[in-house]
Design a protein around this ligand. Sequence first.
Ligand SMILES: C=CC1=C(C)c2cc3[nH]c(cc4nc(cc5[nH]c(cc1n2)c(C)c5CCC(=O)O)C(CCC(=O)O)=C4C)c(C)c3C=C
Ligand SMILES: [Fe+2]
Ligand SMILES: [Fe+2]
Length: 348
Amino acid sequence: MAFIDKTPATSVPPGGKTGVLIANLGTPDGTDYFSVRRYLGEFLSDRRVIEAPPAIWQPILQGVVLTTRPSKSGEAYARIWDRVEDASPLRVYTRAQAEKLAARLGSSVPVAWGMRYGKPSIRQAVEELMDQGCDRIIYLSLYPQYSATTTATANDQLFRTLMKLRRQPAVMTVPAFPDHPAYIAGLEKSVRDHLASLSWKPQRIVASFHGLPKICVDKGDYYPDDCERTIVALRKALELTDAQMPITYQSRFGPMEWIQPYTAPFVKALPEQGITRIAVIMPGFISDCIETLDEIGHELRDEFIEAGGEELTLVPCLNDTPMAVDLIEALVREACPPSWAKESGLAS
Ligand SMILES: C=CC1=C(C)c2cc3[nH]c(cc4nc(cc5[nH]c(cc1n2)c(C)c5CCC(=O)O)C(CCC(=O)O)=C4C)c(C)c3C=C
Ligand SMILES: [Fe+2]
Ligand SMILES: [Fe+2]
């Protein structure tokens, strides 16, 4: 195996130096067919995401999925694209979260951000930290609920990078945080603030999480349990019943059965029960992205109105608000081992 032949520009200070790497899923560089194709090709070739044997899946992916889906997804990305930053919202928010965290932690703790798929890569982010003299990395993947398809593959990508380093930093991976008090407090405030900004009162607050193929759960992925933990804690904080804040799963991909109830049929059935004004919160996402802004904010809203609904409002994700930075800072400080905290000043 070839090693990365790279000597960090700055040597490690005596006593060591801790850096923070925040990781997210990844997103295309542009809305054009080839940018989206490149992104989807990398994403959907990940065997943590699609477990089918490559001999079966790759011909389907290359021959069918990557010829048709990039154009459709590209149109959806174009509807939500940040034209000022010329980037997708997921990239804009992840970068802003890293910059705001860096401001909180001060200049002695470098912060980098990287994407599991696409740019900047996890390897680029690791090199950025090592170039600043870091020999210890706190690695936080920004998924509140654990899944092998997200958290584990983000960790895999870090470990793959480390496998190629001659001078390897120590790493601390931060676990998922489905009912961390700072996350629940942020969600609670975002719901209260959002409801206060409306001139009408939603009859339901539907909590829609990204879905997962059911077979993943049958094989031991405990993602739905983590989603339940989030929602039980949030209902308690807001004093809502199960019926007032139901849980559903969105973003189904492919013909297999995914975990249920599915968001779209659930929401489309509400008007015939007399429920025509709803809010949707998506606590599986720290940052707004194509799945929240377009799939729910555009597609689902249109379908709800067509089914007789009157109002559908989105509770924004935490994005780069102070509540998001409070959460990320708390997670990083709590994960920092005491022996690292001494040099970095990262104690909680
Ligand atoms: C089998 C396919 C997929 C699995 C499993 C899956 C799990 C999963 N994904 C997220 C979070 C996000 N997914 C996003 C986009 C997205 N997801 C899939 C497929 C699977 N996801 C696709 C094909 C796409 C691309 C968009 C599209 O073409 O429809 C995003 C947003 C990315 C962005 O750029 O905005 C996020 C975030 C979770 C949490 C999860 C498992 C629990
Ligand atoms: Fe996804
Ligand atoms: Fe989607």
